[in-house]
Structures are given as C-alpha cells and as structure tokens.
Design a protein around this ligand. Structure first.
Ligand SMILES: NC(=O)c1ccc[n+]([C@@H]2O[C@H](COP(=O)([O-])OP(=O)(O)OC[C@H]3O[C@@H](n4cnc5c(N)ncnc54)[C@H](OP(=O)(O)O)[C@@H]3O)[C@@H](O)[C@H]2O)c1
Length: 243
C-alpha cells in the first residue's frame, strides 16, 4: 500500500483506532493531521508520528461543536483522505438514556462526519478525487441491549456512507465504512467483563487489536482500493457472517 505524500485527516486520533490509523498511514508515507480534544494525548501521539517524519500536526478540537469543526477545517486545509473515526457510546437501557446523551452521540457520531464530509468532499472532487472512511460498528446492523442510541447513530453513518458514495463517486471521491467488532482500546476497557461472551460468538474467538482495524482503514484510503466505494467492510472477526 502506498500513501506517499497524501494528506490525511484522522479524527479521534488521540487514542485507540485513530491513533493506530495515523501511525500506519505515516508508515505508508502519508502526511497526517490528527485531532481530538485531549491536548496531552494529542501531543503524545504527534511525538510518535514525528519520530518517523516531521510534517504531521495535531489540532485540538471538540467535533461536537460546529464552530470548532469549522476552525479545524480551516486550520487543517485541504486533504486527500478523511477518516471519520471520532466516536463514542454510552451504555444504557433506552429508558435511562438522557436526551443529552442521545444528542451527544448523534453530534459526534453523525453530525460531525456530516459537516466534515460536506466541507471536504467538494474540495477533494475539485482536486481530482479523494477517499473518506467512516468508522462504524457491528451494532449498527445487529441489535444489542444497552446500545440502542449508539447503534442508531452508527446506522445513520452507514446510510450516509452509501448516500455519499452515490453523490460523490461521479466526482472521483470514494466513501466507505468499516464496521468493527469488539476492539481492544481504552473505550472497550469498561466492557472487559462482557468480552468473553462477545468473543465466544466470533469465529476468530478474540477481539481485534486496533492495528488490525487501522490496516483496513488505511487500505480504503489508498489507491489500492480504487474500485471500492459505498462499502461497509466488516472488521469483526467474522461476527456478522455467522449465526
Ligand atoms: N473499541 C471498540 O470496541 C469499538 C467497536 C466498534 C466501533 N468502535 C468505534 O471506533 C471508533 C474509535 O473508537 P476507539 O475504540 O478507538 O475509542 P477511544 O480509544 O475512546 O478513542 C475515541 C477517540 O474519539 C475522540 N473523541 C471522542 N469524542 C470527541 C469529541 N467530542 N471531539 C473530538 N474527539 C472526540 C477521542 O479523543 P479525545 O478524548 O481526545 O477528545 C478519541 O481520540 C469510534 O467511532 C467507536 O465508536 C469502537
């Protein structure tokens, strides 16, 4: 795979899947802008990247705030690929999910990718093409008690993926998603007690390492996936394919 000189913006890159995606993209030659709210963690990840090459940047931003998003877009400038990875879930029964919790998940998991894509897809098209990768979950297509609002937000993101593939494909912009199974990141640590049950139903019988997810994301950013668009690629150890 080759990303030589390509500019990539990775949201949620201060941790987990985003961090590994940024590191792998740099290994393949990309110039990466990483973002997240936590300045200390952002500087730490930037330090890991600049050890390899010196042209990468960290821009702190809360993607749930449209004003901060607009500033991020201004400061980051044009990119060849966008990874909409920032996201989170609140584990709660529907009746215990607050309105703020619901709105918060939709702001980060749906509205932020929507605003970022609305800003970047036209500039990618004007530059001759580009790639957008959205990070989803198997919970978008499989019911899971306690994750109703989260699953709905990621199902919206998968729907947007298909709509954007139709809208921007004729202009050379490919839009895909990866649908993750359980992945060993800080976000999944509080669910450690559920992991044995979850992984028992996964053909590969284990959770993913974030690096394994990053490899699929980076592939979808590269020209090697030039005929892939509108796809939601399961990166879930086979969970969605079996009973
Ligand atoms: N881990 C799993 O098992 C799993 C499974 C399915 C899907 N996913 C999805 O994979 C993606 C990455 O998750 P992860 O497991 O790597 O989680 P993580 O380690 O908690 O990382 C989440 C990232 O999102 C950023 N983020 C969250 N809210 C933000 C906000 N308001 N503004 C800016 N950045 C924000 C965080 O940055 P700051 O804290 O610095 O703001 C952090 O960098 C998410 O979309 C998640 O839904 C994960």
């Amino acid at each position: 795979m080759n990303l030589n000189g390509k500019k990539i913006l990775v949201t949620g890159a201060t941790s987990g899947v985003g961090r590994e995606t940024a590191k792998l993209a740099v290994q393949y030659g990309a110039v990466v802008t990483i973002t997240g709210r936590d300045e200390a963690r952002g500087s730490g990840v930037l330090g890991e990247l600049t050890a390899t090459q010196g042209r990468h940047r960290f821009i702190a931003a809360d993607v749930s705030d449209p004003d901060e998003l607009r500033r991020l877009i201004r400061e980051a400038g044009p990119v060849d690929a966008l990874v909409n990875n920032a996201g989170y879930w609140e584990l709660a029964p529907t009746a215990d999910t607050s309105e703020g919790g619901f709105d918060g998940m939709f702001a980060v998991n749906v509205k932020a990718p929507f605003l970022l894509t609305a800003a970047y897809a036209p500039t990618m098209a004007a530059a001759g093409g580009g790639a957008i990768v959205n990070v989803s979950t198997m919970v978008a297509s499989r019911g899971m008690a306690g994750k109703a609002a989260y699953g709905a937000s990621k199902a919206a993101l998968e729907s947007l993926t298909r709509s954007w593939a139709a809208e921007y494909g004729p202009m050379g912009v490919r839009v895909n998603a990866v649908a993750l199974g359980p992945t060993l990141t800080p976000a999944s640590e509080p669910m450690a007690d559920m992991l044995p049950t979850l992984t028992a139903a996964i053909p590969l019988r284990r959770a993913a390492q974030p690096r394994e997810v990053a490899a699929a994301i980076v592939y979808l950013c590269c020209d090697e996936s030039s005929y892939v668009t509108g796809a939601v690629v399961p990166v879930d150890g086979g969970r969605q394919s079996v009973l």
